[in-house]
Design a protein around this ligand. Structure first.
Ligand code: NAD
Ligand code: WQD
Length: 352
């Protein structure tokens, strides 16, 4: 759908812009013609990511090292850039297991940071916000409730991290209903893969919690073997099912969300962002072996606490209202993840 007026050259603030999803979104925003100012404190990323974004897009953008927990520094971003028209908010901690050990750090960063951001936006008349939410808000889902829609019940979170996403949605709903701030919450399923250039991708800190980085690190020899957490689930091959979405497709959904905010009057809208397909862990491993040509060393282990059996998205709402749908395949996502891992290894070799 063509925007009703020229949205291009609008300035968008991206918090967590040096992160996995944020960096890919900055690239897509620039390629869609938007001006970008990105902020990040580099707690889970690096300044090199900022340089690589510029290499990919060939366009400059403003980057400021800022911690969203520091109110004054965050406020100064809006003073320096009074032409910010919308914000995409990625900056947060996201490790489920770590959140169980450090709940206060997660509430301070993820909830406190969001509060600081909304206060700064309202102080400077910025009315449009896209919020990074997660399918984790749905909890464990019965097979007959799949594919899951946005109307599915939000359940008690099974981790402090998941609760920060649930609280984030709830507080932003209240903000939207009590002010002129307009909110789009995007519930991501499982983002995987990397940019085709292999210049940006997922940078897990230490031992990866997530499946795909563990798979690629095992294939490249960094890890001895992949442990598949459970093969006795009530699924077609006994391993859990997830909706794995290419991070570039996810990034493009944010461009559509910005256009929605500029062309609609809805105060608050939620969209599932996935592929609509579910794959088991074993299917992912088989697909990875096919696209990489590598035989993956794996063994079955016990179920992981907190894992849901299966979940995958209904994305009809995003298709019908945002005009967005995932275009890339699981194979392509795994190819780009593998190319990214090879790039990281080459960098390590060059730096030794
Ligand atoms: P990421 O850790 O790669 O990116 C987050 C970025 O925010 C990092 O660069 C980090 O340095 C920065 N950051 C963290 N705290 C900050 C602070 N206080 N001030 C400034 N910068 C800060 O994670 P990601 O995978 O890109 O996730 C981005 C968002 O998407 C998060 O809100 C996450 O909860 C959400 N999300 C991620 C997934 C996933 O599987 N990756 C799934 C659903 C939702
Ligand atoms: C996927 C599947 C594991 C690692 C998490 C967060 C969620 C969101 C996305 C932030 C599961 C299996 C994994 C391994 C395995 N993050 N697995 N061996 O758990 O669906 O979602 O990341 O918002 O909030 O919960 O993703 O990649 O950790 O696991 O067998 O070494 O792979 O059991 O079935 P998950 P994941």
């Amino acid at each position: 759908m063509q925007p009703v007026f020229n949205l291009r050259n609008m300035k968008i603030l991206v918090t967590g812009g040096a992160g996995f999803i944020g960096s890919h979104t900055v690239v897509e925003l620039q390629q869609a013609g938007y001006d970008v100012v990105a902020i990040d404190n580099f707690e889970n990323s690096s300044p090199q990511v900022v340089d690589n974004i510029k290499k990919i897009s060939g366009k400059p953008f403003d980057f400021i090292k800022v911690d969203i927990r520091e109110k004054h520094a965050l406020n100064d971003v809006f003073v320096t850039h009074p032409d910010i028209k919308a914000v995409i908010h990625f900056a947060a901690y996201k490790a489920v297991g770590e959140s169980v050990e450090k709940p206060l750090a997660y509430y301070e960063n993820n909830v406190g940071g969001t509060l600081n951001l909304v206060e700064a936006m309202q102080a400077h008349g910025v009315q449009n916000l896209v919020f990074s939410s997660s399918c984790t808000v749905y909890g464990d889902v019965k097979a007959d409730a799949l594919p899951i829609t946005e109307n599915s019940p939000i359940v008690k979170a099974n981790s402090p991290y998941g609760n920060t996403k649930k609280i984030g949605e709830e507080l932003l709903f209240d903000v939207a209903k009590s002010s002129t701030t307009k909110i789009v919450a995007l519930r991501y399923f499982n983002p995987i893969g990397a940019h085709d250039s292999a210049l940006i991708g997922e940078l897990p800190n230490g031992v990866p919690n997530n499946l795909i980085p563990f798979v690629t690190q095992t294939a490249i020899g960094m890890r001895e073997k992949l442990t598949i957490f459970g093969n006795d689930y009530p699924t077609r091959d006994g391993s859990c099912i997830r909706d794995y979405i290419h991070v570039v497709d996810l990034a493009k959904a944010h461009v559509k969300a910005i256009e929605f905010l500029n062309t609609h009057t809805d105060q608050y809208a939620v969209f599932n962002i996935g592929t609509g397909n579910g794959n088991t862990v074993l299917e992912v491993v088989a697909a990875f072996e096919k696209v990489s040509g590598k035989k993956l060393n794996y063994a079955f282990g016990p179920r992981r606490e907190g894992d849901v059996v299966q979940i995958f998205a209904s994305c009809d709402k995003a298709a019908n209202i945002l005009g967005w749908k995932a275009e890339r395949t699981l194979d392509n996502a795994l190819e780009t993840a593998w190319k990214w891992e090879l790039h990281l290894q080459a960098l390590k070799g060059a730096n030794q």
